[in-house]
Ligand binder design. Structure first.
Ligand code: GDP
Ligand code: ZN
Length: 343
């Protein structure tokens, strides 16, 4: 295989040290990584330096540098894009979900899961990650055509220019049209609630023969059973698709300003409000309230609050760290003074 088939390009090549071996992480489980190189698929671990680093860690989709003589990841090449969310739980920190993604496949199903507010949240995720969104409305076989059209039209309104494709992973409708949204070597990532049909879709796209990138080995070199779950798939059409399993909660990790890209219609309408400083709550002559879907406005405010909260917390954390650092400097200075004043 050529690395280009896995998405390698000049961007990564520029950062690769001479004679180094590069590979792409196709799956990750704890400290074990399945890596695709030009020659083979190997199960790799990370170097001691990476293990002790608090900032550098490989994620699925990453391009990494491997040791020449052993399956050890020593470096992670700079990411072109990354998808991250707020770490689930109380801590305020980023959790990277995937690296080097070109297209975010936002999957919803046309049953009870269909929820424009959730789609808006995923659209913010795409915009914050600088990846192209593609909305897939699965299970189109469950609704009749007369009902399908208004839903597709409503979905198109959520984001001007974002393609919306109704499809059925079950009967194959619309499946063939997906490949047109990615060039060879580009990588898509599947997101959406559980049950919307992501696995069914992945299998339909992989086609019946389930093309394998490299022959599957049951055991790695040391004879251990390999349990790493594959997450990156090479599609018959030459592009790649990543499954993001277990994405139950999606708390955003973004700057509040980033919302305005996804909700640019609010800014646009606000230009027509009677008052320049209109808050779009109770003012007369408010174009936003008159024109915008109240559900969309409410969601905008909700996401705004969510991101403002992150920012406040983030500030509190950095203030604390700043204080701690100052203290350290002060103490070091004190020690030095004491040392100097000794006879
Ligand atoms: P995932 O959790 O998103 O991976 O969803 P699955 O692929 O496991 O699918 C959940 C359920 O929806 C399964 O019972 C599928 O057979 C069903 N399903 C998936 N795609 C379709 C579809 O296009 N139409 C219908 N009617 N059912 C579907
Ligand atoms: Zn207004």
């Amino acid at each position: 295989m050529r690395l280009e088939q896995f998405g390698w390009n000049d961007f990564f090549a520029r950062h690769l040290p001479q004679d180094a071996v590069a590979g792409r992480v196709a799956a990750a489980s704890r400290e074990h990584f399945l890596v695709w190189t030009a020659e083979t698929e190997i199960e790799a671990t990370v170097s001691g330096r990476l293990r002790h680093s608090s900032t550098e860690w490989p994620f699925v989709g990453d391009w990494v540098v491997l040791r020449q003589d052993s399956p050890v990841i020593t470096r992670i090449l700079p990411r072109r894009t990354k998808i991250s969310r707020k770490h689930p739980g109380k801590e305020i920190r980023e959790q990277i979900l995937a690296a080097n993604i070109d297209v975010l496949f936002i999957v919803s199903s046309l049953d009870r899961d269909y929820n424009p507010r959730r789609l808006e949240r995923y659209l913010v995720l795409a915009s914050q990650s600088a990846v192209r969104p593609l909305i897939l409305l699965n299970k189109a076989d469950l609704v009749d055509e007369a009902h399908l059209h208004p839903i597709v039209a409503e979905t198109r309104q959520l984001s001007v220019g974002t393609p919306v494709v109704p499809l059925s992973a079950l009967n194959g409708r619309g499946i063939d049209s997906i490949a047109a949204f990615l060039a060879a070597g580009e990588t898509g990532a599947l997101v959406g609630s559980s049950g919307v049909g992501k696995s069914t879709l992945l299998n339909a796209l992989l086609a019946e023969e389930r093309q394998r990138t490299y022959p599957v080995r049951r055991n790695d070199q040391r004879g251990r059973h390999t349990t790493t779950r594959r997450e990156l798939f090479l599609m018959p059409g030459g592009w790649l698709l990543m499954d993001l399993p277990g994405l139950r909660e999606l708390h955003l990790w973004a700057d509040p300003e980033q919302l305005d890209t996804s909700f640019d219609d609010i800014q646009l309408l606000a230009g027509n409000c009677r008052f320049r400083d209109c808050t779009h709550t109770s003012e007369p002559g408010c174009a936003v309230r008159a024109e915008l879907d109240p559900g969309r406005m409410a969601n905008y405010r909700k996401l705004q609050r969510e991101l403002a909260f992150l920012e406040r917390k983030d500030d509190a954390v950095s203030r604390m760290e700043h204080k701690r650092k100052l203290k350290q400097i002060f103490r070091a200075h004190e020690r030095q003074q004491r040392h100097r004043s000794k006879p």
